[in-house]
Design a protein around this ligand. Structure first.
Ligand code: 13P
Length: 256
């Protein structure tokens, strides 16, 4: 059975070491006995080091929100995967829709980052998802298929199994408009069909696919109960201890 994974994507919030640590000090004792869910916190780069120290010997893992595909050189403002490894990051979010839309990251660039992350033994969380107009035009599956084909180009079966996919419909991010469990499940099942076409059933059954987009304590459990949804990538609700803990508990409950 796939282990659900709850990611807290703090985006450009809680970037100071003090405020990041403060929240995690409260969360750590609450989740310390939770074994059936992987918990990953992705703070801004400026808080990574402090957070790593706080998370030492806990069951919460550290993730970054982005990285570049080169290890060093003249790339002003970029972050090397080597630096992330040195600090103790295990996960890295790649291709978030905010990176794609605001910073114009393409599938081809994300594919390069993905290959690099895998080669450095970082666990990638790769985001895909459609815009509202695309959904309304009935193009969701077409968009997802294109993103999958391009973003996962030349990714081997073994690499795919080490990769987490986050299906984040863009219209649901930060809007309070969550996809219904049925809408999310339909696309998660479709993503698995695409994985089976490309690899095989065994690979498909091993890949974790998170849902992301306005996950809150009151909708989390129903989403996580869907057979193809393996936890969630949480933005806004991951900034408060109470709501993040409630969402982690909802994932845990689905495995009891
Ligand atoms: P919200 O949970 O704030 O909608 O953000 C989702 C997201 O983008 C997680 O990566």
């Amino acid at each position: 059975m796939r282990k659900p994974i709850i990611g807290g994507n703090w985006k450009m919030n809680r970037g100071s070491p003090a405020e990041a640590s403060e929240m995690l000090k409260q969360l750590i004792p609450l989740v310390k006995d939770i074994q059936s869910v992987d918990i990953v916190i992705s703070p801004p780069f400026t808080a990574l080091y402090a957070v790593k120290e706080i998370l030492e010997s806990t069951n919460i893992k550290l993730g970054a929100q982005n990285m570049y595909f080169e290890e060093k050189g003249a790339y002003t403002g970029e972050i090397s995967p080597t630096f992330l490894k040195a600090i103790g990051c295990e996960y890295v979010i790649l291709g978030h829709s905010e990176r794609r839309n605001i910073f114009k990251e393409t599938d081809a660039l994300i594919n390069k980052k993905l290959k690099k992350a895998l080669s450095m033994d970082l666990s990638p969380i790769v985001c895909i998802g459609e815009h509202l107009e695309e959904r309304e035009a009935g193009k969701t599956k077409e968009i997802i298929q294109t993103q999958m084909d391009r973003t996962f180009k030349e990714i081997t079966r073994e690499e795919m199994i080490r990769t987490v996919i986050a299906y984040e419909p863009i219209w649901a991010i930060g809007t309070g408009k969550t996809a219904t469990p049925e809408q999310a499940e339909e696309i998660h099942a479709f993503i698995r069909e695409l994985l089976t076409q490309r690899y095989d059933k065994e690979t498909t059954d091993s890949v974790r696919i998170q849902y992301g987009g306005s996950i809150k304590p009151n909708n989390a459990e129903e989403l996580f109960r869907q057979g193809n949804i393996d936890g969630g990538l949480v933005g806004g609700a991951s900034l408060q201890v109470d709501s993040l803990f409630a969402i982690i508990k909802a994932a845990d409950k689905t495995r009891l």
